[in-house]
Design a protein around this ligand. Structure first.
Ligand SMILES: [Fe+2]
Length: 151
């Protein structure tokens, strides 16, 4: 990326830019389309409290099961997820200044950053799938990778 590593993290911490930049993502995660990362960011949260509409509560649009081009899973859900986990469809764990992890219902994405200079940062993205997903002869991670690249 042609930017300082701190610019990346500043951008990472907000979604005000999402509606104008992440066109695929805001279709899949409707609350992002409102420029909000989560329910607690909503200035009118009291008006929407109790709503299950993903536009207010967060999580995926109806019919989607994971972060992918068509919203469909790359493989079966990872073990141990609750219904709430599957609906949220993303859990971010951040370890500043160099990595964040995103757990999705059926895969994990790891994004590592390495400053190369004041105006250049290397980004390395890895995708982790369950052994049974990898063993599927029809396994194709492009649905997830294309989504991340397009979003
Ligand atoms: Fe962004």
């Amino acid at each position: 990326m042609q930017c300082n590593w701190k610019i990346f993290w500043e951008n990472y911490n907000e979604c005000l830019h999402c509606p104008g930049v992440h066109l695929q993502l805001v279709q899949l995660v409707p609350i992002f389309g409102r420029g909000l990362l989560e329910e607690r960011d909503d200035p009118q949260w009291m008006q929407h409290a109790g709503s299950n509409d993903p536009k207010f509560k967060g999580g995926l649009r109806a019919g989607a099961t994971t972060w992918s081009m068509n919203g469909q899973g790359i493989g079966p859900p990872l073990p141990g997820l609750t219904a709430e986990d599957r609906q949220a469809a993303h859990v971010y764990v951040t370890s500043l200044p160099s990595v964040f992890f995103v757990g999705h219902p059926d895969y994990v994405r790891i994004v590592r950053l390495r400053p190369l200079g004041p105006e250049q940062t290397e980004m390395c993205v890895e995708y982790l799938f369950a052994p049974q997903t990898l063993a599927d002869p029809n396994f194709d991670m492009s649905n997830a990778v294309d989504f991340a690249n397009a979003s």
